[in-house]
Design a protein around this ligand. Structure first.
Ligand code: ZN
Length: 427
């Protein structure tokens, strides 16, 4: 991951470029509505205080395409820098494990997958989801650009090739492994700069009757719950159903079904078929797009209002932390997820207000958070160091976190949790 990358490598001139056209419709009608940066890369944890002064920072601004409604970033960081050596391993949360099990069952049932059918997952990570398909007797192939994590999956017996997925790599996969009944992309489309190329690749890999199954964070939850901290340089797109439909059309796909999922703060799962076999989006999908239009989710005013709410959240959180500090309370953070860094940096939180954070990930312990420079300490620190408040940065796992024995004990002896979003709340 990026804490194995020299922060100076991130300053290399070729590592950053700026798009001028929309990823879905190619129009140059991008309107900026939110400025969160400049910020360092959210996963560029620092190995020593000497690195504090040489961090590369890039604009972290969010745009709406006023032509097709796709919300996106225009500042693109070289994917080799972001994804070749990656640390987020999907198999680590019980919430995600349950999500994966149900995911595999739903896809197998819906597509009636059986026999020798192949399921390909793009950005398959450590193979957690494919293992659930494997348990149902399905033949699988993973495509994972992070070489370290692809090797981890292969070690568990899950066939995985380490490549970035594209139309070109898709052709090679098809000739070597055959066509796929399902091409799955779970939380990957938002990370891809050339979304059209990616989806063309998925489409051409399909067997007759096959479907592209894409899961992405949902724009409506992003806006409604003020999830601005999910914006970081890896996340290039924030999808509405409307934008997904238009994007699908542009590459010859029809959307046949949309499911909403609670995972990652609200996600949309799209099932799409080749336009040659299914010529229209399904009526239920069109109805969802109509509702988005009625809610203002496709035009600029809603997003300008969102930006105003984001600024108010920052004011409120800072006011709370300053008040706690002034009254002698000690505050630490809980977790060191990428999203936490967007929040810490946008709000300007430093060790002055939040002493440190804790994490269970051995690769992050002993580092400092990018930009905000909070020390990352072992999770066990909280058992002995009596802080008064814990700012939960991984708020999407807040229920799971607060239910654990050490955290329940913290609460019982008077400790309090701060849930930062949508508006700061002390629990
Ligand atoms: Zn567009």
């Amino acid at each position: 991951m990026r804490n194995t990358i020299d922060p100076q490598a991130a300053s290399h001139p070729g590592s950053h470029r700026v798009r001028t056209q929309c990823r879905a419709c190619d129009q140059a009608r991008l309107a900026r509505f939110l400025e969160l940066g400049p910020q360092p890369l959210a996963n560029a944890f620092l190995r020593s205080p000497e690195e504090f002064g040489i961090e590369a920072r890039y604009p972290l601004d969010v745009y709406l395409c006023t032509h097709c409604g796709l919300v996106q970033l225009v500042d693109v960081i070289d994917p080799e820098l972001l994804f070749r050596d990656y640390v987020y391993v999907t198999g680590t949360s019980s919430t995600i494990a349950e999500h994966n099990r149900r995911y595999a069952e739903t896809v197998v049932d819906f597509l009636r997958i059986g026999g020798d059918d192949l399921v390909v997952e793009v950005a398959s990570n450590d193979g957690s989801l494919l293992a659930c398909f494997g348990a149902l007797g399905v033949r699988t192939l993973g495509v994972e650009p992070a070489r370290n994590i692809a090797a981890l999956a292969r070690g568990k017996g899950i066939e995985t090739i380490d490549e970035f997925f594209s139309e070109a790599s898709s052709r090679r996969i098809r000739s070597r492994f055959g066509p796929a009944r399902a091409v799955i992309g779970n939380n990957v489309l938002a990370h891809v700069d050339d979304t059209q190329d990616f989806l063309r690749g998925a489409r051409q890999l399909l067997a007759p009757g096959g479907l592209v199954v894409i899961e992405v964070p949902s724009l409506s939850e992003f806006v409604d719950r003020l999830e601005y901290d999910t914006v970081y340089h890896e996340h290039l797109c924030y999808f509405s159903v409307t934008a997904l439909m238009r994007l699908a059309e542009s590459v010859g796909l029809s959307v046949v079904r949309i499911d909403r999922q609670p995972v990652h703060g609200g996600s949309i799962r799209m099932y799409a078929a080749d336009r040659d076999s299914v010529t229209e989006h399904s009526p239920s999908v069109r109805a969802l797009a109509d509702r988005e239009a009625a809610e203002g989710l496709t035009t600029l005013p809603r997003f300008l209002g969102f930006a105003t709410e984001v600024a108010a959240q920052r004011e409120e959180l800072i006011r709370l932390l300053r008040h706690l500090k002034a009254t002698g309370k000690r505050v630490a953070a809980y977790g060191a997820p990428a999203k936490g860094n967007t929040l810490l940096n946008y709000c300007g939180i430093t060790p002055e207000l939040v002493e440190y954070t804790v994490d269970r990930n051995a690769l992050k312990i002993g580092t400092w958070t990018p930009g905000s420079h909070l020390p990352v300490r072992p999770y066990e620190t909280l058992a002995t160091d009596a802080v008064d408040y814990l700012l939960i940065l991984a708020w999407n796992f807040a229920e799971e976190i607060m239910a654990q024995p050490q955290e329940r004990a913290f609460h019982e002896r008077g400790g309090r949790f701060i849930l930062p979003l949508p508006m700061p709340k002390v629990v």
